[in-house]
Design a protein around this ligand. Structure first.
Ligand code: SF4
Length: 440
């Protein structure tokens, strides 16, 4: 077997793609290694959501390129969003790269790898995805208990700051039967949690023009599968969360009471500039509706600091929204201009770097306060925790896991193992995690 090392940057969708890449290549004589120095094939799966991630990809390629001097047969490949976006340009910056392949070319890998093994330099970027039944290939999953299933890829929303519609293309849903077969296989392998992935997961099924193919109905179908397991879904687009989806989450005992709903800004003018299809008030209504329906639900969000033209007052609306909505946790970032996007061309309205990063600091401070407040609400409560990892400290075994509402929980015990569901009474709350002890 040849050795394959994959470095994955970016979102869960990229991580899931890497698992599929490893699975496909395992049929063709490559086995995964965690040691990049022993690899015969190095692949970097890139993210271009922010300039920093793209720069990281090129800097990693530079390090790998030097390695070719000592190991001339080493092959280097780059895929993911930077590859899709930069295409042939990559060859100019990093001529030692053997293969550039796009987000739609993963299933052509067997052919592409054969070509680079014959010393050809290959750039395979299609804009039209190749539709394949993904169950035809093995998937090498990295996580111990959680398995990701991409259910929809691409995005039709064209938020003015985002490259995803350019790098991942338009929305394409997978057939429900294919997803259910993949879930059945996952459960047979002993996984205890399934996360349904999509850039805009609530749009699932719209491209089939069949009103019965929806995320809500997919959750209902998966909930019927036998076994003790959980189902999650990310990422939701606020105005695409339907009452039927909320009903399905309520009806299905295996579906976690957790919603990740990026708001991006707490100001309606900025939301319009971002081409987000909701106002601040509409976002509030969605959050209140979910909070009224589910006890102990976790709602997380994403925010951008310093979007072009954002005033101090408009930024303050974002801080206010985070607080008024009691968001449990948010991913935050300073605005990063991206090629091809509408906002990237608003150069005359860009916010100065120092102001942008000062706003980001304030977002982060608010985020930390709210995360602690949210965690403290669980003191003395019992949460059902799925054990995901085990560590040892001072001769004591510490189990780490997550509750259904996505809260991270640590507890000491030598009685349970990875994959067990354990009731844990919370006795300590910190900003990013909870501590407790198991109860019967
Ligand atoms: S919804 Fe907007 S931010 Fe999210 S992937 Fe689509 S275009 Fe990008």
């Amino acid at each position: 077997m040849k050795k394959l090392y994959i470095e994955t940057l970016g979102c869960q969708m990229n991580k899931s793609d890497s698992e599929r890449i490893a699975g496909i290549l395992s049929h063709f004589g490559y086995e995964n290694t965690n040691n990049e120095k022993e690899a015969d094939l190095l692949i970097i799966n890139t993210c271009s959501i922010r300039q920093l991630s793209a720069d990281k990809a090129y800097s990693q390629l530079g390090v790998w390129g030097k390695r070719k001097k000592d190991k001339p047969n080493l092959k280097i490949a780059i895929c993911g969003c930077v590859a899709q976006q930069d295409k042939e340009k990559i060859r100019k910056r990093a001529p030692y790269v053997d293969l550039v392949f796009g987000t739609h070319n993963i299933y052509e890998l067997p052919e592409l790898i054969k070509r680079i093994e014959n010393d050809e330099k290959v750039c395979a970027i299609t804009t039209k995805p190749v539709i394949k039944d993904q169950n035809d290939f093995k998937i090498i999953r990295n996580a111990s208990v959680n398995a990701w299933i991409p259910i929809i890829e691409g995005c039709n929303n064209f938020c003015t700051y985002c490259v995803v519609p350019f790098t991942r293309g338009r929305e394409r849903s997978r057939r429900p039967e294919e997803i259910i077969t993949e879930a059945e296989n996952i459960l047979k392998q002993g996984f205890k949690e399934i996360t349904l992935l999509g850039q805009n997961v609530d749009s699932y099924g719209k491209d089939f023009n069949n009103p019965d193919i929806t995320l809500a109905n997919l959750l209902r179908a998966l909930n019927k599968l036998d076994g003790e397991f959980r189902i999650r879904f990310v990422t939701s687009y606020p105005s695409d969360i339907t009452d039927d989806l909320i009903n399905a989450v309520d009806e299905c005992e295996k579906v976690c009471k957790y919603f990740h709903i990026p708001m991006q800004s707490g100001n309606s003018r900025i939301l319009k500039e971002m081409n987000r299809r909701y106002t601040k008030e509409e976002y509030y209504n969605i959050v209140f509706k979910i909070r009224n329906r589910f006890k102990d639900v976790t709602i997380t969000s994403d925010f951008i600091a310093g979007f072009p033209s954002e005033t101090e007052e408009e930024f303050t609306d974002t801080l206010k929204a985070m607080e008024e909505l009691e968001l449990d946790y948010s991913n935050t970032a300073a605005y990063s201009p991206r090629e091809f996007t509408k906002a990237g061309k608003m150069t005359d309205k860009f916010i100065a770097e120092d102001i942008k990063y000062e706003r980001l600091e304030r977002l982060n401070a608010k985020n930390r306060d709210l995360a602690l407040l949210s965690n403290k609400k669980f003191l003395d409560k019992v949460l059902n925790v799925l054990v995901e990892a085990k560590t040892e400290k001072n001769n004591q075994i510490i189990l780490n896991g997550r509750a259904g509402n996505n809260k991270i929980v640590h507890f000491k015990s030598d009685k349970y193992k990875i994959g067990d569901f354990v009731n844990v009474k919370i006795n300590k709350a910190q900003t990013w995690c909870l501590y407790g002890e198991p109860v019967e």
